[in-house]
Design a binder for this molecule. Structure first.
Ligand SMILES: Nc1ncnc2c1ncn2[C@@H]1O[C@H](COP(=O)(O)OP(=O)(O)OP(=O)(O)O)[C@@H](O)[C@H]1O
Ligand SMILES: [Mg+2]
Length: 247
């Protein structure tokens, strides 16, 4: 099993959209049994996949009361893709995990889930704290979507510093220029300054995911954005393979 976190302290940079689309590609194109693990109380991943929220709000039981994650996991409309949904009950998870004092709680749960899944993708909330520290301990790779700007490189350094601050031996971090619009000169400059970074274009097809409540591949598979997502997934798999080769 390999786990991938989509993370940034910035809100609205495309984390949930990326997490959902990458999870779909992992399950459908790479045919890997995949779990999308929503750690944001607003349950955006569940919404984008059209999975109805449960009436009973019990997502916190997984973290705080030795609850069985298997009981909360929901199948999606897509073979090979399951969702561990979030709900309002995890709104205070950051503080509660700190109080619990088990630093590898999320890593341990993920290890257990690794028996059933080949890929786990974390959709993180835009918060820096105990929750993000735990995700960094659990993840093999961190994807950081960055809005294109002259400050993209600086923004990326900030995230790297944050992740480093979580302790030695952090996972590798892959920056992604999200919402790139090459008609804008500042976006173009950001692209030219960081030519090796994967790119997701600014596209109405991506926005439509929230209207369709389906991943891009399910309704616009030939769109440039869908291709960019697939290209990003290939880069992720390569990075995971090279890392495993290191060991
Ligand atoms: N490549 C893109 N092109 C156009 N719109 C996009 C793109 N990526 C994301 N969006 C839109 O930007 C908005 C924010 O995206 P998303 O919810 O994925 O961000 P987020 O980082 O998860 O936000 P939060 O921090 O609130 O969890 C959504 O309306 C989404 O449809
Ligand atoms: Mg989100």
């Amino acid at each position: 099993m390999a786990s991938i976190a989509v993370y940034s302290v910035k809100g609205g940079v495309g984390k949930t959209t990326l997490a959902v689309n990458l999870a779909w590609i992992s399950a459908t194109i790479s045919r890997r049994k995949t779990l999308l693990w929503d750690l944001d109380a607003s349950n955006g991943s569940g919404f984008l996949l059209g999975v109805d929220a449960r009436k009973k709000r019990s997502a916190d039981s997984v973290f705080l009361r030795d609850g069985d994650p298997e009981k909360l996991i929901r199948a999606t409309a897509y073979p090979g893709l399951d969702l561990l949904p979030a709900d309002e009950s995890i709104r205070a998870l950051d503080r509660q995990l700190g109080e619990l004092g088990k630093k590898r709680r999320i890593a341990r749960i993920a290890e257990g889930l690794g028996k059933r899944y080949e890929r786990i993708i974390f959709d993180c909330p835009p918060v820096l704290g105990e929750l993000s520290a735990q995700v960094m301990r659990a993840a093999d790779l961190v994807i950081v979507p960055l809005p294109p700007s002259p400050l993209s490189a600086r923004a990326f350094e900030v995230v790297v510093e944050e992740v480093r601050g979580h302790g030695k031996g952090h996972p590798p971090i892959l920056p992604v220029l999200s919402m790139l619009d090459l008609r804008r000169s500042l976006h173009k400059a950001a692209r030219e300054a960081n030519p090796a970074w994967p790119v997701i274009p600014l596209a109405s097809a991506v926005e439509l995911c929230a209207v369709e409540q389906r991943p891009l591949g399910a309704f616009a598979p030939r769109s440039p954005a869908a291709r960019a997502m697939a290209g990003l997934w290939t880069a992720i798999e390569k990075k995971l393979a090279s890392r495993k080769g290191d060991k």
